[in-house]
Design a protein. Structure first.
Length: 474
């Protein structure tokens, strides 16, 4: 009797889907195939992450450019600020006056003596027993300098009423007078009317008169001058000068004098060109500009042998445009102007230098000499005050243009990149949904295949049993 050994095929369930065995030891490992399919789907989705990371790296690079531009603009603005426009400082220990250097100051030493201060005229009435008693009606007439006489109507006025009428009066153009009135009272209740000019100088002396009731005309006609209007009298380096105000701006070009007291001898003021702040400002600007060039170089460089050393914005037209527009402002004609002040572009060896082309350097000695010999030329070239001309103003304007919130290259390019991130995120979300659906279909198909295999295994075992029973009966 022939004997046959009974073999039973088994299905592995260690990982869920199991294996299919097709005789002769052939096997179909569904877990392995499903894992491969799952990995393939994940690989497809990973491309979206790679794209998104690449775009976000560019956004970060543009943010770095903006920070570099902001720093450059800040240093350029500092060179146009008021403290950098004063090419000189005035040094003095004077007591009789205050000296302040302005934009047009000329270096030198000035011996200044104040002989008389400019004063305002002041008139006072005789004593009036009651400041509220009615003086009557009439007209008060005031004339200051060579101006038109002004008639002020007074109706049943007291001393206080006359004061108020003068203080509220206006000329034919609607302007208040440069004259004010006051009532000064004594401890016994008696009072005086005072009328004073509010502007110094002999040209601002005034006359006052009145017509009408005797009470009014007596008060006005009996007023006497208590302080005359005088001009300031002083000398500069022995030259006698005169001014209508104690604030003198035109005696020495670029030097403002505020006279405060009379002096018995000349007091010295020294005006010297101030270059320290300018030199610091120029040095800081050059450093910021070189930093900008280095930033742009690192973000746009290409390294054929080391991809990790390739910039995030290599080949990016926006970055190239930004660098070109800024560099243009410090090249050609402008660079030729800067050379006169010791600011030059370094000559670099392209084969060995790590510094970007256009890098600047400052010759401090030449800068100081140029600023001292031609401070006005320096301001006009580099730090003009009109808000338009001058290299620093050009740079500020260009950075504002690049960073314009609506039309700037930096703004529009960053927006485009942010839109790409949004689009990639949406694409990945749709791709993820599709991938999950495909994997679900794969799992359902494999599950049915396992079920089919189980049914087939059962049928095969049944047939084998039948053949074995036939063999035994034979």
């Amino acid at each position: 009797m022939a004997t046959t050994s009974s073999t039973t095929s088994s299905t592995s369930t260690s990982s869920g889907l199991g294996s299919l065995n097709f005789g002769s030891g052939a096997s179909l490992d569904l877990d392995k195939y499903y894992s491969q399919l799952e990995a393939a789907e994940q690989s497809k989705l990973a491309t979206y992450d790679t794209q998104k990371t690449s775009v976000e790296t560019k956004i970060s690079a543009y943010s770095t450019i903006q920070s570099s531009l902001d720093a450059l603009k800040s240093q350029a603005e500092a060179l146009t600020a008021d403290n950098f426009q004063k090419s000189a400082t005035a040094t003095t220990s004077a007591v009789a006056y205050l000296a302040t250097a302005t934009d047009n100051s000329i270096s030198g030493t000035y011996d200044i003596q104040v002989n008389q201060l400019a004063t305002t005229q002041s008139n006072a009435s005789t004593k009036v027993s009651d400041k509220t008693s009615t003086l009557g009606s009439g007209t008060v007439t005031l004339q200051q300098g060579t101006g038109d006489a002004l008639s002020i109507s007074v109706t049943d006025a007291s001393l206080v009423g006359v004061r108020d009428a003068i203080n509220s009066a206006k000329d034919s153009k609607g302007n208040k007078l440069n004259i004010s009135a006051a009532v000064i009272s004594n401890s016994d209740g008696s009072s005086y009317l005072t009328v004073s000019s509010t502007t110094t100088g002999s040209a601002n002396a005034f006359t006052i008169s009145a017509t009408g009731d005797s009470g009014l005309t007596d008060v006005i006609s009996n007023m006497s001058v208590k302080r005359e209007a005088t001009n300031a009298q002083f000398s500069v380096n022995g030259v006698d000068l005169e001014a209508s105000s104690n604030k003198v701006t035109d005696a020495v070009p670029g030097l403002e004098l505020t006279l405060s007291s009379v002096s018995t001898s000349p007091e010295t003021t020294t005006v010297a060109t101030n270059t320290t702040d300018w030199e610091t400002g120029v040095t800081n600007f050059v450093s910021s500009y070189n930093s900008f060039l280095s930033t742009m170089s690192s973000l746009t460089q290409y390294n054929s042998t080391d991809s990790t050393d390739t910039g995030a914005l290599v080949g990016d037209s926006g970055a190239r445009t930004i660098r070109s527009q800024i560099k243009t402002l410090l090249s050609n004609e402008n660079l030729a102007k800067l050379k006169d002040y010791g600011i030059t572009a370094i000559s670099l060896d392209k084969t060995t230098s790590t510094k970007p082309a256009g890098t600047l350097e400052v010759d401090s000695t030449k800068l100081q000499q140029a600023m001292k010999s031609n401070p006005e030329g320096f301001k006009t070239t580099l730090a003009a005050t009109d808000g338009k001309s001058g290299i620093m103003n050009q740079i500020v304007a260009k950075v504002d243009e690049i960073e314009n919130s609506k039309t700037g290259i930096l703004t529009t390019n960053t927006k485009t990149l942010n839109d790409k991130v949004t689009a990639i995120t949406s694409q990945k979300e749709r791709a993820t949904t599709a991938s999950e659906y495909r994997l679900k279909m794969y799992k359902q198909s494999f599950t049915k295949l396992v079920q089919f295999k189980t049914t087939m295994d059962t049928q095969i075992e049944s047939i084998k049993a039948q053949f074995e029973a036939l063999n035994k009966s034979s």
